[in-house]
Design a protein around this ligand. Structure first.
Ligand SMILES: CC(C)(COP(=O)(O)OP(=O)(O)OC[C@H]1O[C@@H](n2cnc3c(N)ncnc32)[C@H](O)[C@@H]1OP(=O)(O)O)[C@@H](O)C(=O)NCCC(=O)NCCS
Length: 200
């Protein structure tokens, strides 16, 4: 591992050239619990197209020298797919005022040095700079406490997110479909949203 880590932010169409790297990182990191994602390039292409189609999307990349070792994304909620927007519409929440965060993925050897916190700062700065958002949000997969693949000593990220000012919204749930490592086809996964006010 080199010591020359750098963090760079890309927006809108600039994101395009980095999608293959993001797909690679997502497939590597999301094999871990609680995601257990059995990565597939067709799913990645479908999923990542929403970012290239959004003029105001953001991608924060961490480089170790020339190698990308971490990534974090976001886009206006209104530019997301129907299954992400629908829970907000059902509760009569104005989706045009919300910026949505996709994922944060870091290779394990780069964790625990503040990059996860930096990902939130960069994406919140980007959302603030667009001037039309009051809230930021993301969603996390719901897995039972007794899930057979939950590693011993696994620590959920809830405290990390709470420290960043996010609060779990049990009334806001979405369903994403992907193929778990021990499944032979995609199945729906329950996701719960977390939200934070961008301004006091
Ligand atoms: C989420 C992730 C990006 C965090 O990155 P990171 O660089 O290790 O986080 P940081 O170093 O900024 O840690 C910030 C704080 O969170 C805590 N933290 C980080 N990961 C944690 C975990 N798995 N469980 C509990 N606390 C955690 C750190 O102890 C630190 O606490 P402090 O502020 O009290 O010192 C990284 O763990 C990761 O890639 N995880 C796998 C993918 C994932 O689950 N992504 C999130 C959903 S998309």
């Amino acid at each position: 591992m080199s010591r020359t880590l750098s963090v760079k932010r890309f927006t809108g169409a600039q994101v395009y050239g980095h999608l293959p790297e993001l797909a690679r990182l997502r497939i590597t990191v999301f094999r871990e619990f609680p995601y257990l994602y059995d990565g597939d390039s067709a799913y990645e292409e479908r999923y990542l197209r929403t970012y290239t189609d959004s003029a105001d999307s953001v991608m924060v990349l961490v480089f170790d020298g020339a190698r990308i070792v971490g990534a974090s994304t976001g886009l206006p909620l209104a530019d997301e797919t129907y299954n992400v927007i629908a829970p907000f519409r059902e509760q009569a929440i104005d989706v045009d005022r919300i910026f949505y965060f996709g994922e944060s993925v870091l290779l394990p050897e780069y964790r625990g040095r503040g990059l996860g916190v930096r990902f939130f700062h960069e994406r919140e700065d980007h959302a603030r700079s667009l001037g039309r958002f009051d809230l930021t949000c993301f969603c996390a997969v719901d897995r039972p406490l007794d899930h057979p693949r939950r590693p011993a000593g696994y620590q959920p990220l809830d405290r990390f997110w709470e420290k960043r000012g996010y609060r779990r919204q049990p009334a806001l749930k979405a369903s994403f479909s992907w193929q778990d490592l021990d499944e032979d086809r995609e199945s729906p996964k329950s996701m719960t949203f977390w939200m934070k006010r961008l301004r006091d």
